[in-house]
Design a protein around this ligand. Sequence first.
Ligand SMILES: *[C@@H]1O[C@H](CO)[C@@H](O)[C@H](O)[C@H]1NC(C)=O
Ligand SMILES: *[C@@H]1O[C@H](CO)[C@@H](O)[C@H](O)[C@H]1NC(C)=O
Ligand SMILES: *[C@@H]1O[C@H](CO)[C@@H](O)[C@H](O)[C@H]1NC(C)=O
Length: 305
Amino acid sequence: MGLMIFVCVLLCVLASAPTSNGWGPEGHYMVCKIAESYLTSNARKAVRELLPKDAIDLASVCSWPDEIRKQQKWSTMLHFVNTPGVCNFDYNRDCHSNGVKDFCVVAAIKNYTEQLETYQHSPTYNLTEALMFLAHFVGDIHQPLHCGFAADYGGNIIPVNWYDVKTNLHRVWDDNMVQKKMNDSFYGDLITMAKELKMEIDSQDYYAQKVNEWKACGNDGFACAKKFASESIELACALAYQDVHPDCTLGDYYFTTRISTVEERIMQAAIRLASLLNKIFSNIKEGSSPKISQILRSVSKSVDK
Ligand SMILES: *[C@@H]1O[C@H](CO)[C@@H](O)[C@H](O)[C@H]1NC(C)=O
Ligand SMILES: *[C@@H]1O[C@H](CO)[C@@H](O)[C@H](O)[C@H]1NC(C)=O
Ligand SMILES: *[C@@H]1O[C@H](CO)[C@@H](O)[C@H](O)[C@H]1NC(C)=O
C-alpha cells in the first residue's frame, strides 16, 4: 500500500512537471508519419540513410529532441520563440534566448536545413541529429503557443482546468486536445487519426485546395520558418489565449471551436516538412545502383534473344 501511494505520488509529480515543449508525442508522430507519405524517392532514400539504425521510420524518432532536452539543455530554447506580448512576429526582435541572438525555433529550422543541405558534400555536423531536429521543430513551430507571449512562457504558466483535470494552457494545445480528439473519434488510435488527416489532405474539398498555398512559403527554410511563426502568434492571439484566464475551466466550447485548427496545423506541418525535405534532397546524385531504365533495357534485350 505504502509503495502504491509512493508510485502514485511519483507519477503525479512527473505528470505535472511545469513546462512542456512541443506537440506531445502524438502530434509529432502524426506530423512525421503524414510527411513521410509525401516524400519524393530521393528524399525517401536520404531520410532512410540518415535515420538511426534501429529506427522504424522518421515518425518513430520525431520526439527525440524532447527526449534529450534534459541532458542537452542548450537545445531547450530551440523549441519555440515568443513575442513581448504582441500578436505579430519580428525575427530581429523576438529570436533570441538569454541575450544570445538568433537562438530560437526559427533559427533552428534555418540551421538544420542548411546542415542537411551538406548531405553528400562532406558534412561537418551529425545529419542524423539534424534530420530529427528539423522534423521536430517544423512540428513545434506550428503549435500556436510555440510562438506565444514571453511573459507567460507560451501559456506554460497559465493554469487551467481541462474539464476536471488541472493542467496549463500550453499543455492543452500540446496534448489534451489532440488526445481528446483521438479518443472521441478514432478509438484512441494514433495511426487511424494520422490516416484520417492524410485522407483529408488528399480529398478534393477544402484541404486539397489549400495544399499548394501551404507549400508556397518562399525558397528556403528561413523564409518558411518566419512565415510559420507569424501564423502561430496570430492563432495564439485569435484562439489559444482567447476566452482564457488563470484557473478557468476549458471544456466542450473551447474544444469544438479550436480542434479544427489543431488538426489543420498538424496537416500543414506535415506538408511543409515533406516539402522542405523534398527540396533539400532534390539534387542528390544517383548512387552506383543501376537506373530503372538500364534494367528495363537489359530485360528487353534478353527478351529479344
Ligand atoms: C545549430 O546546430 C548545432 C548542432 O546541433 C548546434 O550546436 C547549434 O546550437 C545550432 N544553432 C541553432 C540556432 O539552431
Ligand atoms: C549521430 O547522432 C546519433 C543520434 O544522437 C548517434 O546515435 C550517432 O552515433 C551519431 N553519429 C556520429 C557519427 O557521431
Ligand atoms: C483517453 O482514453 C484513455 C483510455 O480510456 C484514458 O485513459 C485517457 O484519459 C483519455 N484521454 C483523454 C484526453 O480523454
